[in-house]
Ligand binder design. Structure first.
Ligand SMILES: Nc1ncnc2c1ncn2[C@@H]1O[C@H](COP(=O)(O)OP(=O)(O)OP(=O)(O)O)[C@@H](O)[C@H]1O
Length: 252
């Protein structure tokens, strides 16, 4: 039997009296891509932070490749193979694209010299940013800032990448290229957990979909089955269809 790359069991998280995650469990095989959807405030970003070690869990366990990492910090988990991108890109604007990736390779993966430079450049190639290596990060357009977020996560040499709304704010024409980049990660054996409101982008890549609501797993499984689940339609798709554009395309 394959050992799961990631096992999240019974994870809980509170902010004061607010319970944001409650008994969340899921697992991920090496190279697998899991999508995460749910209404605003459902706890999706908090879940990524707990998996990345940015926030400590209040209960439950996070196991990476058979090792319990629940009590280890974000830096140790990064060195252990977890890369994280953020919803709001935050590159070092005064540095070039390459230097940003180099910082991630140096401080995230602990690489030095030539090895760090090679990892940084390889990450830019995978993210489709190598031709802008010398561009100051502060001048990038949104799509390329999202790509740089991805590259910075990849430069740490992850076996698991956590993506937080990297398609948000892109034009419809820009989404397919990003989808292809994420798909490439799977081909390279990198597992992905991807939070995204642009659902058609998500279902083009992921093999399983999880819907969170009020910090609990409402449904997890085959993406089309989850999207057709009446409870998911009621708490997520129904509300987004009434208001925001969820970008469902042909998915639902
Ligand atoms: N550091 C914090 N302190 C207090 N409350 C927080 C903190 N971070 C998040 N929250 C609250 O936890 C809840 C879940 O937030 P989270 O960002 O995880 O939701 P989300 O599902 O990612 O939402 P969105 O789709 O809008 O990004 C929200 O009510 C939010 O206000």
């Amino acid at each position: 039997m394959t050992v799961p790359l990631l096992e999240v069991s019974g994870v809980g998280k509170r902010f004061g009296k607010l319970t944001v995650l409650e008994d969340v469990s899921f697992s991920l095989a090496p190279g697998e891509a899991l999508g995460v959807v749910g209404p605003n405030g459902a706890g999706k970003s908090t879940l990524l932070n707990v998996v990345a070690g940015v926030l400590p869990a209040d209960g439950g366990r996070v196991v990476l490749d058979g090792t319990d990492v629940t009590r280890t910090d974000a830096a140790a988990r990064c060195r252990g193979g977890i890369g994280r991108s953020y919803q709001v890109p935050r590159p070092f604007g005064g540095m070039t694209v390459f230097e940003n990736a180099l910082v991630a390779a140096s401080f995230g993966a602990g690489l030095r010299g030539r090895a760090a430079a090679d990892a940084a450049f390889a990450a830019l190639v995978t993210a489709g940013l190598d031709r802008q290596a010398d561009t100051p990060a502060g001048t990038l357009r949104l799509l390329d800032r999202k790509r740089l977020e991805l590259a910075r996560a990849l430069a740490t040499g992850p076996r698991l990448v956590l993506l937080d709304e990297i398609a948000g704010g892109l034009t419809e024409a820009e989404v397919p290229a990003l989808v292809e980049t994420v798909r490439q990660l799977g081909r390279e054996g990198v597992a992905v957990v991807w939070i995204e409101h642009v659902v058609h982008a998500l279902v083009a890549v992921v093999t399983r979909l999880m819907c969170l609501t009020y910090g609990k797993v409402l449904a997890v499984g085959d993406p089309q089955a989850v999207l057709a689940d009446p409870q998911v339609i009621e708490v997520y798709l129904g509300t987004t269809m009434a208001g925001d554009d969820p970008g469902l395309g042909d998915a639902a």
